[in-house]
Design a protein around this ligand. Structure first.
Ligand SMILES: *Cc1c(COP(=O)(O)O)cnc(C)c1O
Length: 372
């Protein structure tokens, strides 16, 4: 049986005619840079997220970097984030001139632990950067409380959580990215909303952050050839925006399908491994489906057997950020973040995409059970 980690071709037939027409339209107009399709997609995206503004950028890493700068992060400012994420999260902090400060995670959701965050706050702390890991929302209620108490900015890394929802006690379910000062999205092909290359988005309700982000992505210009700040060349391509506008219309359905896949996995795996927990005030977007085993040798044995059986799998991520060679200068040590280190050793992510069918899921589970 041929199984892929993410089958990008599975959703294409349904949208092919519309996507092809949208691309041809841009080719005919040749408005490749900041064409009207970019503005249209930004408007659609902001509306979908329930925020006032959206700014299309070149990728998700730039979205975080630009959001931090737009929110006022300056050289030497400390930004507290999780060590259990993709390197892009902390990379963006460094590129914005900030210093990443890590705080350990919760064992059940893989998201940043707010008791640990509070211990890390200093006079130089400027922002908290939660990651909605795998698509499970971080605890925004507590994050917003702490941010208010210490006057910090909150920049959400929503690269894995597009369409995930969170409920504050005082309101209805809302999309991740709409809680902090800004939300940052990636349209890398394997994300929940992926384009045909690289792309990203910053969303915000803050007019100043919006105006800054718009200038930062385009050489610091508010007006053509008049720069008011050091900026970047980081725009969302018109062709990608045109593709994304088509795909956005399907995202609610695809998110529901991902949740069905997860439910099926959960049912079959509940006595075999620790399956993802979804807190009551959260709706998961399941960019990744990640399970956990009792120890590293078991995880490694399962991983090897899956690989030998032709079942793709991944560890997201095998090296916590504080242990990355690139951050040797930050002077962290093994043992600093025991939960993150345990998770890097015990988790395994399985194939996940909306169209993954029962037959494949059952085969994957069967292969896991051959080891456990
Ligand atoms: C994918 C990802 C990013 C970066 O997005 P790119 O578009 O690849 O730059 C940032 N943070 C997390 C958690 C991601 O998964």
């Amino acid at each position: 049986m041929k199984i892929q980690m993410v089958d990008l071709s599975a959703s294409y037939p349904e949208i092919r005619a519309e996507v092809d027409a949208a691309i041809k339209n841009v080719l005919d107009k040749t408005n490749f840079i900041l064409g009207e399709e970019v503005k249209k997609f930004e408007d659609d995206f902001a509306k979908y997220c329930g925020v006032k503004y959206a700014v299309g950028v070149a990728n998700g890493t730039d979205a975080i970097k630009i959001a931090l700068l737009a929110a006022g992060v300056k050289s030497g400012d400390e930004v507290i984030t999780t060590p259990f994420t993709f390197i892009a999260t902390s990379e963006a902090i460094v590129q914005a001139g900030g210093v990443p400060v890590f705080a350990d995670i919760e064992i059940d959701t893989y998201n940043i632990n707010l008791r640990e965050v509070e211990k890390k706050i200093t006079k130089r702390t400027k922002a908290i950067l939660p990651v909605h890991m795998y698509g499970h929302p971080a605890e925004m209620e507590k994050i917003l409380e702490i941010a208010k108490k210490y006057n910090l900015k909150v920049i959400e890394d929503c690269a894995q959580s597009f369409s995930a929802k969170y409920k504050l006690p005082t309101s209805d379910f809302r999309l991740t990215g709409s809680f902090g000062d800004a939300g940052c999205f990636s349209f890398f092909p394997a994300k929940n909303l992926g384009c045909f290359g690289d792309g990203g988005m910053v969303v915000t309700n803050d007019e100043k952050i919006y105006e800054n982000a718009k200038a930062l992505r385009n050489h610091g210009q508010r007006e053509k050839y008049f720069s008011v700040m050091d900026g970047f060349n980081s725009r969302l391509d018109t062709i990608q925006a045109a593709v994304l506008s088509v795909k956005l219309k399907h995202i609610a359905k695809w998110t529901a399908m991902r949740n069905s896949v997860a439910e099926k996995y959960n049912k079959l795996l509940k006595n075999v491994a620790t399956v993802p927990k979804v807190l009551e005030n959260c709706k998961h977007s399941f960019n990744y489906y990640t399970i956990r085993f009792s120890d590293k040798p078991t995880r490694d044995k399962v991983q090897k057997h899956l690989a030998d059986s032709g079942v793709p799998n991944q560890i997201y991520y095998p090296c916590s950020l504080h242990l990355q060679k690139v951050y040797e200068n930050l002077n962290y040590k093994k043992g600093n973040f025991p939960v993150s280190e345990k998770m890097q050793d015990e988790t395994l992510s399985l194939p996940m995409y909306p169209e993954l069918d029962d037959e494949k899921i059952e085969y994957i589970v069967k292969k896991i059970k051959e080891v456990i």
